[in-house]
Design a protein around this ligand. Structure first.
Ligand code: PRX
Length: 649
């Protein structure tokens, strides 16, 4: 690695940082040598009703699998996020809401007010019959009620399942059915970039689909005021049910290992899995990583642009920041509305100090040139973060040089829905950055690189990324399917958690994530299973078979490339191509819209009938000279015809 690519910690930043280089080395060594002592001490940062005495009970071996942290501890996550701040930070802004339309006023919600709003909804949910262990589905826009709803569930021990507001009815229904959710909290409509999103109508459509009979009640937040059909007695206005509810609500006593939430994410096979996180370990981990990675100070204004429908929103808009008593900005809008200066204007307007976004947004804004950035000040910023996909060095440098004016460290944070919180990232006052590398592991995290046979590779190496030991924020199971959990993550490499990512480690021990090695594609930082898109396509009556792969995309990181075989007798046409693309969009949601759809008279398969995706990926990339060995195909001529067609597309 050439030295110019090393970005040392800026001196001014290092001088005042919470964790410096020597601290990192000492604490990391301690966290590995004596994890019980280390995580026992860190656990004291949250409020316990009963402090844990047993810190970790972990074994990754499927034959004697255990994954428990703080197992005799008791707490309620909302006490750490709300109650404990009332005495010292009651008037401090907890949530700063910036609406989609900049002409609408921003809202500041203090810790005192947030506590009251959460308690009122929690009481209302109890009155509606929601009990500890019940699942509540939340399908809301990026408005304060989204955080209030999550915390109200946690207050009474209900498990929340937030469904991203961009998902279509079919996806909502699948997520409701899988966890037999009793209640849905939604809004009349959402707003994004000046457009309205028909959330309530989507819920209505979802609840007509099979498997959703568990839902007894739908609470509807009146947000835009748009007209919606209310179906009595199922549908209730949110305002009406919280009306008159007391502003106090006893927090449910939860065991550390009681579930806090389920969040669905795409895997390499089948339907999305309900990733289950529990209460104690998760809260300790997200609050600690949030403080350390963002070098959090009392007066910071912290802005994470993720949606609460993704894990980043759960961990680093709601639970981490609020447990730390921080001020978190909640943004309803998009980066390019009303224009492409919007992010930077919001930063100036609210004097944001810590900014956390995704490479796809950085690349899109970079394409607009420097002027929309330069016409804003951004002096308030002191740190920039990136998450969701590998950040290409060019985008990293633009982020550092132009957005941060070369003053602000960039933290490239690698983690997953499954990991609950950040596992590999620079600590900004301690670790020199290299553009494109997530750098070094967080405390207690033991990454390793294995080859396809599972051999651990030492030193400089490239292979698959695994983790050799647990951390408190690790997911505990796949909701309702523990076997799938074990099979997906713990069988490929015995004794290890398999991340699904490829990775390189350089001579300095820095980690460079190279992307997914399974059939998951990462489109603009959103995980999509190729199998999900294929299932949607084959639902169409004219489609016989479909195969979907990712391909490199300048803005999105990866795009979606679909190969479709029509049923015999159906003719392809431009209209049908458009229809199928729209069909996927309507089935799953806009994030799953295929970028390309190629007709495939047949698909390349092995003699045992397995589709050879490696070959389809190369054709999609337009790299027919890299197809590799095609001799195991049942009919090698299939490939030639696909390559020919790709050329003319
Ligand atoms: O491939 C990695 C990529 O995103 C995947 C996890 O996606 P998800 O569960 O949706 O969580 C995204 C937000 C934490 C990972 O397996 N990924 C995430 N962050 C990075 C990344 N790839 C490279 N660098 C990152 N910083």
């Amino acid at each position: 690695m050439s030295q110019p690519d090393l970005h040392p910690v800026p001196d001014a930043f290092a001088a005042a940082a919470r964790i410096r280089r020597e601290d990192y080395e000492r604490l990391y060594a301690e966290s590995i040598r004596d994890p019980d002592a280390f995580w026992g001490r860190v656990a004291q940062r949250v409020e316990w009703m009963r402090a844990p005495t047993r810190i970790r009970n972990v074994n990754f071996d499927p034959a004697d699998f255990r994954l428990r942290w703080y197992e005799d501890g008791e707490l309620n996550a909302t006490v750490s996020c709300l109650d404990r701040h009332l005495a010292t930070r009651g008037d401090k802004t907890a949530l700063l809401f910036e609406p989609d339309d900049p002409a609408q006023p921003a809202q500041r919600i203090s810790y005192r007010e947030l506590h009251a709003r959460v308690c009122r909804l929690a009481n209302a949910l109890r009155n509606l019959g929601v009990r500890k262990g019940d699942v509540v589905t939340i399908y809301l826009p990026m408005i304060p009620e989204a955080a209030v709803a999550m915390l109200a569930c946690a207050r009474i021990g209900a498990i929340h399942s937030v469904v991203f507001g961009g998902f279509a009815p079919h996806s909502i229904a699948g997520r409701i059915a899988d966890c037999a959710s009793k209640l849905v909290i939604t809004a009349d409509e959402g707003r994004r970039g000046g457009k309205k999103v028909p959330l309530k109508a989507n819920v209505d459509a979802a609840l007509k689909l099979p498997g959703t009979q568990s839902v007894e009640t739908v609470l509807v937040v009146r947000h835009t005021g748009g007209a919606v059909a209310m179906q009595m007695p199922r549908d209730r206005w949110y305002d009406a049910v919280i009306e008159g509810q007391p502003e106090q609500c006893d927090p449910e006593r939860m065991n550390a290992e009681d579930p806090l939430f389920v969040l669905y994410t795409s895997g390499s096979t089948g339907k999305p899995k309900g990733v289950l996180h529990t209460t104690g370990g998760y809260l300790v981990f997200v609050s600690y990583t949030h403080e350390a990675v963002f070098d959090l100070r009392e007066d910071d204004v912290y802005w994470c642009t993720a949606d609460v429908g993704w894990v980043t929103g759960h961990s680093y808009i709601v639970y981490g920041p609020l447990a730390n008593g921080a001020t978190a900005l909640l943004f309803e809008g998009v980066p390019n509305y009303p224009d492409v200066s919007r992010f930077w204007e919001v930063i100036d307007k609210h004097q944001v100090t810590l900014f956390y976004t995704a490479p796809t947004a950085i690349r899109a804004l970079m394409r607009e040139g420097d002027a929309p950035v330069k016409r804003t000040s951004r002096r308030s910023l002191r740190l920039l973060g990136s998450v969701g996909e590998p950040i290409n060095p060019e985008a990293w440098r633009w982020y550092f040089d132009v957005v941060g004016d070369g003053r602000c460290p960039v933290v490239d944070t690698w983690w997953q829905t499954e990991t609950g919180g950040i596992l590999i990232s620079p600590l900004p006052g301690a670790i020199a950055a290299k553009p494109g590398s997530a750098t070094l592991p967080f405390f207690g995290v033991r990454p390793a690189i294995v080859d396809a046979e599972g051999n651990l590779l030492e030193g400089e190496a490239e292979g698959n990324l695994v983790l050799l030991d647990s951390w408190p924020g690790q997911m505990r199971t796949v909701y309702g399917d523990h076997e799938r959990f074990i099979d997906t993550y713990f069988r490929a490499y015995p004794g290890c958690y398999f991340t699904g990512d490829g990775c390189r480690r350089d001579a300095d021990g820095y980690y460079w994530i190279t992307g997914r090695v399974d059939d998951v594609i990462n489109v603009s930082g959103h995980r999509i299973g190729t199998a999900e898109v294929e299932s949607a396509l084959v639902l169409h009556p004219k489609v016989a078979e479909a195969a979907v792969v990712g391909f490199p995309h300048d803005l999105k990181g990866q795009g979606i490339y679909a190969y479709v075989t029509l049923v015999a007798g159906e003719a392809d046409s431009e209209e049908l191509r458009k229809e199928l693309i729209a069909y996927v969009r309507n089935e799953i949601g806009p994030i799953a819209t295929p970028d390309h759809l190629q007709w495939a008279p047949s698909l390349p398969k092995t003699r045992s009938g397995k589709i050879m995706r490696r070959i389809l990926r190369k054709i999609a990339e337009n790299a027919p000279d890299q197809l590799g060995d095609t001799s195991t195909l049942a009919d090698p001529s299939v490939v030639e015809s696909l390559v020919q067609q790709r050329r003319v597309m």
